[in-house]
Design a protein around this ligand. Structure first.
Ligand SMILES: [Zn+2]
Length: 448
């Protein structure tokens, strides 16, 4: 893990947040290359979940949430960790982290009984901070999808089954954020809520587990490094009928990368008005505040029913960590040297190609390199950079380390016979190719 963290900082993927003021625990900033990789991962998810389908629509809802939303979702009551305070060193710990009834900080046994601690962040809204007008920072993106169910249904011509996809930030006041960007207090989720008729929910749950597993493989994670974990009944969240987690062997151990939950009719049943008018199967709290009927007509008998929900919920930051960990390799070269290479799938690489003039500041070479950069950049396949520093070997090493699939060198031959040298990141093989075939070649490499 340390090597990965050090690469992230050195090459500008991830920085400690608020670092020049001493940093802030559980928060990270994504640097110039990090933001590109993150955007590419989001784009791959969005393509697979929205563009490649005809039964999913997108959403980007607000982060600030009315307390009612999180009251009926169950978060106000159940989204808690039991905490224990050490009376001696004043340390605060999660009850499940206490071993042998001793404080992990100082070893004292003078501990309080576990007390529930809500993980949601609160903030005041409006000019008067009277404690009454507050909002929560959403602890998950899902709830705003449920409360927009009717808006999306009415504004599109969707019929069941259909889904709503959202990527966005969520916030949890984790007591012990840990393992770099794996568990943080501010993070990004990629969530789909897929609404299905009761009775078809188990079939759709299986479908999404398989589909999501395949997607992670397409991001460069070999299937052998992923495992499906059937969450035992007693560990299921309050809304879940069944949950399967996709587990990945992170550097710090095997943990959840994505969870696929069968949330039954709990969510729409909790947020709908006229609850007693429907046969809701989940145990929901009585709701007298909602103004919308969150139900659809059953295709068979036309009776109104509250849809079931299948939720594939992926952590973007932990996905980022998994993809990076999988791509990170050190290779020994023939000359007894080592090279560090990030073998990212080309569609995820932060930089798609580096154009390198053989001699820095040579007017003709730089002009041609700029022309090639503009032509490849105009294909809109991602970022293409010009490296005008003259040191070819150094540039190769730098771009190996950040996962750039190809480096293109412009030399004096290029000026005479219109060819450039393409170097492949993984094989390190070099090939001379005509400039007018570059666009095609580049497109093939990046879209493979
Ligand atoms: Zn203590």
């Amino acid at each position: 893990m340390e090597e990965l963290v050090s690469l992230c900082k050195r090459r500008g993927f991830v920085f400690q947040s608020n670092e020049i003021y001493g940093g802030m625990q559980g928060l990270y900033d994504y640097g110039p290359l990090g933001v590109e990789l993150k955007n590419n991962l989001k784009a791959a998810w969005w393509s697979s979940m929205v563009y490649d389908r005809d039964d999913v629509e997108g959403l980007d809802a607000s982060i600030l949430s009315k307390p009612s939303v999180l009251k009926y979702s169950g978060h106000e009551d159940t989204f808690t960790d039991p905490l224990v305070d050490c009376k001696k060193c004043k340390g605060r710990w999660r009850a499940d982290h206490i071993k042998d009834k001793a404080c992990p900080g100082c070893g004292s046994a003078d501990l309080t009984k576990p007390r529930p601690f809500n993980l949601m962040f609160k903030t005041s809204v409006g000019p008067v901070d009277d404690g009454k007008s507050f909002a929560y920072l959403r602890p998950e993106t899902a709830q705003q999808i449920f409360v927009n169910f009717k808006n999306v249904l009415d504004s599109t011509s969707k019929s069941m089954p259909f889904g709503i996809a959202q990527i966005g930030k969520a916030f949890r006041n984790e007591v012990t954020p840990r393992n770099f960007i794996f568990r943080t207090r501010e993070f990004e989720q990629m969530e789909l809520e897929f609404f299905v008729e009761r009775g078809t929910d188990e079939k759709w749950h299986d479908y999404w587990v398989k589909k999501r597993l395949r997607w992670w493989c397409e991001q460069g994670i070999p299937e052998g490094r992923l495992k499906l974990f059937d969450v035992p009944k007693e560990d299921l969240s309050h809304y879940s009928k069944k949950t399967v987690d996709i587990m990945y062997s992170f550097p710090h151990g095997e943990e959840e990368l994505e969870g696929i939950a069968n949330r039954s009719d709990f969510d729409l049943g909790s947020h709908t008005k006229n609850q007693t008018g429907f046969e809701i199967h989940a145990k929901v709290a009585e709701n007298k505040e909602s103004t919308a009927k969150l139900a659809v007509q059953n295709s068979k008998d036309k009776s109104w029913e509250v849809p079931y929900v299948i939720e594939p919920s992926a952590g973007l930051d932990r996905g980022f960590l998994a993809v990076l960990n999988e791509a990170y390799k050190t290779e020994s070269l023939d000359n007894d040297k080592e090279r560090l290479v990030l073998s990212l799938a080309p569609h995820l690489s932060p930089i798609k190609a580096a154009i390198i003039p053989l001699k820095k500041n040579n007017e003709d070479l730089v002009a041609l390199a700029k022309k090639i950069k503009r032509s490849l950049q105009s294909l809109r396949l991602g970022r293409v950079v010009l490296e005008n520093s003259g040191n070819i070997g150094k540039n190769y090493r730098r771009h190996d380390e950040v996962g750039t699939p190809v480096c293109i060198t412009v030399d004096f031959d290029s000026l005479d016979n219109n060819t450039v040298t393409i170097r492949d990141r993984d094989s390190m093989e070099q090939e001379s190719v005509p400039i007018d075939s570059l666009e095609n070649m580049f497109t093939n490499i990046i879209s493979k």
